[in-house]
Design a protein around this ligand. Structure first.
Ligand SMILES: Cc1cc2nc3c(=O)[nH]c(=O)nc-3n(C[C@H](O)[C@H](O)[C@H](O)COP(=O)(O)OP(=O)(O)OC[C@H]3O[C@@H](n4cnc5c(N)ncnc54)[C@H](O)[C@@H]3O)c2cc1C
Length: 363
């Protein structure tokens, strides 16, 4: 089953299938009307603005689908924090995470053997499809941090490694939101909550308790064993590139695979995958294959695995053009702006302040 086609025409069809009106009341449920557009947004194939404009073309507006547009804004909000705080998102952002005892990950989470049936099933689906429902991400994050008393970063890197929509801003900042270092309190869910939203009736698990009991309980035996998560990304081998030095060189990368970017100009088009970026933020083979397939939507794109500096030197390239992104600060050349739902200036510590500014611009 291919739930994430890579052909651009199919991706456009997926946008048109979204039901942003039903979204609000169903999004928390396993089979709710979620869009599954995140792998395309995260890989920069489409932007939140692109989706919004398409909804408007269909006669929808902010009033009719506010919740869906608000979620698109969350994605931009986390990205804006990354732009503004840069590497600080790799540390506890607002306050130190309380009560953690190690910087590892629970083995039964990695193995999908926590004995919470819905959780175990969705962890296996994550490995198979590279996707997990938002509510399940919250359950898994709560188990892997608050209940097992591990720091958020190692489990966040594990999940990011497997997600086709891996976006380090949404990922690390959501994990921190769950673990309480980017929010006012830690997030917990009990078995009733999991059963309600994931259509199950399991009883007798370590989550089958009141919230007070869950918050105060010792680490359940099934979460006792902790392991290190160290993984790496194997990039495909470099092939010889054909570069026309009379043309500018457009740099695409893991966060920008936009087939409409500067589509009309003549240029060398290179998908640059830098080992240094992937050694800091490793992703699975499936994620790399997905990114490479998405790049097939771009005519005559070539692939280079190496550093920006190496590319520049080896091919004597003088004119680079790239899109703004926090992972591109070492690129030299012309920087194009990214599309945002709305570009909001200011400090980004409160989502709802940010959202209110966006709402005023969209109405
Ligand atoms: C622990 C944890 C880790 C996460 N890691 C990532 C990640 O690596 N990459 C990622 O894109 N999202 C991440 N999210 C946010 C969210 O889970 C996904 O964006 C969403 O589940 C994607 O599915 P969808 O496209 O069907 O979303 P929909 O519900 O259809 O929403 C539409 C779009 O809005 C954005 N969006 C929706 N919910 C959120 C949210 N809570 N935060 C930020 N943006 C949101 C996404 O771009 C999404 O595609 C994470 C959330 C949690 C709790």
């Amino acid at each position: 089953m291919n739930i994430f086609p890579t052909d651009f025409v199919e991706i456009l069809k997926k946008i048109d299938l979204v039901d942003p009106v039903k979204y609000a009341s169903t999004r928390n449920f396993k089979n709710g009307n979620v869009s599954r557009l995140s792998p395309y947004i995260s890989r920069g194939v489409i932007s939140t603005r692109f989706i919004y404009d398409r909804l408007v073309e269909k006669g929808l507006n902010l009033k009719k689908c506010e919740k869906f547009i608000q979620e698109l804004a969350w994605r931009d909000f986390w990205q804006q924090i990354w732009v503004n705080k840069v590497d600080l998102i790799n540390k506890d952002l607002k306050r130190p995470q309380e009560d953690f005892i190690d910087k590892k990950i629970v083995k039964s989470v990695v193995d999908g053997t926590t004995k919470i049936n819905s959780v175990d099933k969705e962890i296996k689906n994550l490995y198979e499809f590279g996707y997990m429902h938002n509510h399940m991400r919250m359950y898994v994050a709560s188990i892997a941090t608050n209940i097992s008393k591990s720091h958020w970063k190692t489990p966040a890197k594990w999940m990011y490694y497997h997600l086709l929509d891996g976006d380090w801003a949404s990922n690390s900042l959501s994990w921190q939101w769950v673990a309480g270092s980017n929010s006012n309190k830690k997030y917990y869910a009990n078995q009733d909550n999991v059963n309600k939203y994931f259509n199950d009736d399991q009883k007798g698990t370590f989550l089958d308790k009141s919230y007070e009991e869950i918050i105060n309980m010792d680490i359940p035996k099934v979460l006792d064993e902790k392991i290190n998560f160290e993984n790496k990304t194997n990039l495909p081998e470099i092939k010889k590139l054909e570069i026309d030095n009379n043309l500018p060189t457009l740099i695409y990368n893991y966060y920008n695979i936009d087939p409409n970017w500067r589509i009309d100009g003549k240029a060398n088009r290179i998908l640059l995958l830098e080992p240094e970026i992937f050694s800091k933020y490793p992703v699975s083979k499936k994620c790399i294959q997905f990114a490479l397939k998405l790049s097939d939507n771009i005519d005559e794109i070539q692939f280079f695995s190496g550093s920006f500096e190496q590319l520049k030197k080896e091919y004597n390239i003088s004119e680079f053009i790239f899109k703004e992104h926090p992972l591109n600060s070492h690129y030299i050349g012309t920087m194009d702006n990214r599309d945002w739902l709305c570009k909001i200036e200011g400090d980004y510590l409160s989502f709802f302040k940010y959202w209110n500014k966006i709402k005023k611009k969209l109405i």
